[in-house]
Design a protein around this ligand. Structure first.
Ligand code: MG
Ligand code: MG
Length: 646
């Protein structure tokens, strides 16, 4: 499949856009008219730049409002079109995009067809072509079927239909009739996704389009329908997005490529019938070759969380973790790295003075610098990640130490793929001198069993990029977006999780700079793990044990507990117990959620105790504003040992 992107989709001047597009390995581009108009060089210069970069120019766009009931006006439009055809010749762009009229236009399809035919004839004289696209807000032509009816009527070999996934899916239009359009009459296919919004279609399209996989439209079914019709041309991203216009263009271009690869993978599942036993699956579909990466690795869980520390913060964090019930179980054979454990939770403290963790520490202070994910086959997992444009990161490994393959998650921490095979010791233990008796688990009341979720805070504009990364590389799926009120602004939250919920990463982002969420990003200057939620079967015992170690739980206002019986039918004794332990409560039809928070560690991150009852699968979103308000009010009085006390 040839892969293309419209220059309007990324930021920068035209030459810089082309460089970013080429570096993300696209085959070609659509040149957006304004990008050319604003550029200092001639169309021939642009042609040369693109050619030097190995990019084909597939299309020049847009030409608006061609057809007209008024013959004099149509003649003027044709004069305008001639100039554009001149430019296309110089540019080396073979196809002009004409979009459906949003002004009065031709009153009937016959006249529109006649006028488009005249333009196609003009284009044919120069060996150029015209493609006709229905805008979802066009005056008379809104659907691809409306546009096809006109293209079919015009019946000119230099005129074809342009399909755009946004215009079709935004109207919830029927995809079935697409199959009856001859594939060679589809001149071009444009691809964009979008979140579901209740907004007029024009504003929705101009500001909120996104790459496939970042939104909620069935872009895969749309693309499959176009391919099933017999289309074999490029798939071209055409994304108008306010954030993308303002973000650095190279990462955006790579996200675009990643999204197209993922789209091809999804389309492949629709259009290629599963091969029977012993048969080779078909690779070719209607003359196109669809991307076929290794499947996403089934994640077995979070194998470890690694903190970057220095000599000053290491003992403080260790004291915290011990108060949480973790025990030191091993020291690394050759590095200043130690391992703490409790049941299935492994925490690594890395105080090395060189390497990734150290540079991460210099930039971010004590923080999560790596997350290890358990997978059956780390080599397959890294193969998938590299297929989706992640770069493998190699650290220093001494002889006889385990090589654990890793990639960088965005501009944030490292993701390690750890072999998790039943009956085998974890890859971690191999590199550590283990303390005697370290294999025994803790099973006392309030013991922390596993990592329930790791909540992230992302810098402005990076939510879509992270969704795409976690979706493509790790096979995670998004949950619905929620908006949470902080005392100082709004926090947008979207959870990515594995289909079986074994790994869950709530992602939070805030444009309002004074929210606790935004403040933790400005501290971190990059994506950060902002709290680690630990699962327990007895949240009250977990809180009690933490307090008994001299540490403090985030205080929750009494008003919250006064209000609880109004929201839920709870026994007064339970409400008293919740209040005494600063435990928050939520429930739904399937079960209940009890959770409590520690104070932040050096204003960087904090821990959460989570007890799930029944089938409750949420994160207590209704209580998140209480937590954020409590954090805004809380000024931790730090004890010299680093344990916050109240
Ligand atoms: Mg379009
Ligand atoms: Mg949480």
């Amino acid at each position: 499949m040839r892969r293309s992107i419209a220059t309007v989709s990324i930021s920068g001047t035209l030459d810089k856009k082309l460089e970013a597009i080429a570096s993300a390995r696209f085959d070609g581009v659509e040149i957006f008219e304004n990008d050319l108009l604003y550029f200092g060089g001639s169309p021939r210069d642009v042609r040369a730049i693109a050619s030097d970069l190995g990019l084909e120019i597939y299309l020049y766009q847009p030409f608006r409002d061609l057809d007209s009931q008024d013959p004099a006006r149509f003649r003027r439009n044709m004069e305008r079109a001639k100039r554009k055809l001149d430019i296309m010749e110089q540019l080396g762009a073979p196809l002009m995009l004409v979009c459906s009229n949003v002004t009065a236009g031709a009153a009937d399809p016959d006249l529109a067809a006649e006028q488009l035919r005249e333009l196609a004839e003009l284009a044919a004289e120069r060996s150029l072509r015209v493609g006709y696209e229905a805008l979802a807000w066009g005056r008379k032509v809104r659907t691809y079927r409306d546009a096809w009816a006109i293209v079919e009527r015009a019946d000119h070999p230099h005129l074809g239909l342009i399909l755009d996934s946004f215009h079709t899916l935004a109207l919830d239009d029927d995809l079935a009739p697409m199959a009856s359009i001859p594939g060679d009459r589809i001149a071009f296919v444009q691809i964009a996704d979008a979140p579901r919004l209740s907004l007029d279609v024009l504003s929705w399209s101009r500001h909120y389009r996104c790459f496939p996989g970042q939104g909620a439209l069935a872009v895969d079914r749309f693309t499959a329908a176009a391919l099933q019709a017999g289309y074999t041309g490029p798939l071209s991203l055409e994304v108008f997005n306010d954030e993308f216009r303002a973000s650095p263009n190279r990462p955006t271009a790579i996200d675009g490529m990643r999204s197209l690869l993922h789209l091809e993978e999804s389309v492949r599942k629709i259009v290629v019938p599963a091969a029977g036993a012993g048969e080779r699956p078909a690779r070719q579909v209607q003359g196109v070759d669809l991307f076929d990466p290794p499947p996403p690795p089934p994640l077995k869980g979070v194998a470890f969380v690694e903190f970057a520390v220095d000599d000053a913060s290491e003992p403080k964090l260790r004291a915290w973790l011990e108060a949480l019930g973790f025990r030191s179980v091993g020291r690394h054979r050759t590095k200043r790295v130690s391992l703490l454990r409790q049941n299935d939770v492994n925490l690594v403290l890395n105080a090395e003075r060189t390497g990734f963790a150290h540079s991460f520490f210099l930039l971010h202070g004590p923080s999560v610098c790596a997350i290890g994910l358990g997978v059956e086959d780390p080599v397959a997992a890294i193969g998938r990640a590299e297929a989706f444009k992640s770069h493998r990161v190699a650290g220093r490994v001494n002889p006889h130490e385990t090589v654990i393959p890793a990639i960088r998650a965005g501009d944030g921490y490292l993701v390690y793929f750890v072999a998790d095979q039943p009956g085998h010791a974890t890859a971690l233990d191999n590199d550590f001198v283990m303390e005697p008796g370290s294999a025994e688990g803790t099973s006392e009341a309030g013991g922390l069993r596993s990592i329930d979720h790791i909540s992230h805070v992302l810098p402005k504009g990076q939510l879509d990029s992270w969704i795409l990364f976690l979706r493509t590389t790790l096979g995670m799926v998004p949950e619905d977006a929620v908006v949470l009120p902080d005392p100082h602004g709004l926090v947008h939250s979207r959870t990515m999780r594995t289909p079986d919920r074994v790994v869950r990463f709530p992602l939070n982002i805030s444009d309002d700079l004074r929210t606790t969420t935004a403040r933790s990003v400005s501290t971190f200057m990059g994506a950060a793990a902002h709290h680690i939620a630990l699962a327990t079967d007895d949240v009250f015992a977990a809180v009690e044990r933490f307090r008994a170690a001299g540490a403090a739980i985030m205080p929750i206002p009494a008003n919250y507990y006064d209000d609880l019986p109004a929201r839920f039918d709870l026994a007064p004794e339970l409400v008293d117990r919740l209040q005494a332990s600063n435990v928050l409560y939520d429930q739904d039809d399937t079960g209940a959620f009890l959770n409590a928070y520690t104070l932040p560690f050096e204003d960087r991150f904090f821990f959460e105790f989570v007890q799930r009852q029944g089938g409750y699968q949420g994160y207590g979103a209704a209580n998140a504003p209480i937590r954020m308000a409590a954090q805004a009010q809380q000024h931790a009085r730090l004890h010299p040992d680093g344990l916050p006390r109240v």
